[in-house]
Write a protein that binds this ligand. Structure first.
Ligand code: GRF
Length: 186
């Protein structure tokens, strides 16, 4: 049986696309939900015939908004959640409700560079390597146990954008594999 997965996103959706295209036999993406009503990632879901839910978070308390998302996940019998560029801090209640069943991909070699502007910070620090991490979501920002990582070299001529592009290629390889391996253990 494939694990029923929901993807939460706020933007472009290239990781969603990778998760769909990898065509893993371990999971099935049954819902894509977003806090941004015109997130380009929603169009990727539509094109793949995946159900979507989009609702702006503005005007709602964090816990109220998360309860809306949670109701959608429960209605679709979702068993695991994959955050893929979901630019919203989750309420404690939501995180606890999905404890051990929610993953995130973060564009750094965690525990380095939690939060934003990871590539600029890695370049600024003079690091020789950057990368991406898949981790279990806990209440601390980008803080849960890391289950998979990939690294790339930082070239002397890199800008945050060129480095981001190199890391993104690895994200697209890493996330489907890590998600598939993880849901097999649930
Ligand atoms: C990725 O770099 C991911 O690591 C980070 O947000 C970005 C989302 O990109 N959490 P996309 O929407 O999947 O293209």
């Amino acid at each position: 049986m494939k694990t029923r997965v929901a993807v939460l996103l706020s933007g472009r959706g290239s990781n969603l696309e990778a998760l769909i295209e990898a065509g893993q036999d371990a999971y099935e993406i049954v819902l894509v939900a977003s806090n941004v009503e015109d997130a380009p990632g929603l169009a990727i879901a539509h094109a793949a015939g995946i159900a979507t839910f989009a609702h702006a978070h503005q005007g709602l308390k964090r816990a109220e908004f998360d309860a809306l998302i949670d109701a959608q996940l429960r209605a679709q019998d979702v068993e695991a959640v994959a955050l893929a560029g979901y630019m919203r801090i989750l309420s404690e209640g939501f995180v606890e409700g999905w404890a051990g069943r929610m993953l995130n991909i973060h564009p750094s070699l965690l525990p380095l560079y939690k939060g934003l502007d990871t590539h600029a910070r890695a370049i600024e620090a003079g690091d020789h390597f950057a990368g991406c991490s898949v981790h279990i979501v806990t209440t601390g920002l980008d803080d849960g146990p890391v289950i998979a990582q990939a690294r790339v070299p930082i070239m002397p001529w890199d800008t945050p954008d060129t480095l981001a592009a190199r890391v993104l290629i690895e994200e697209h390889r890493l996330y489907p594999r890590a998600l598939a391996e993880y849901v097999r253990m649930l």
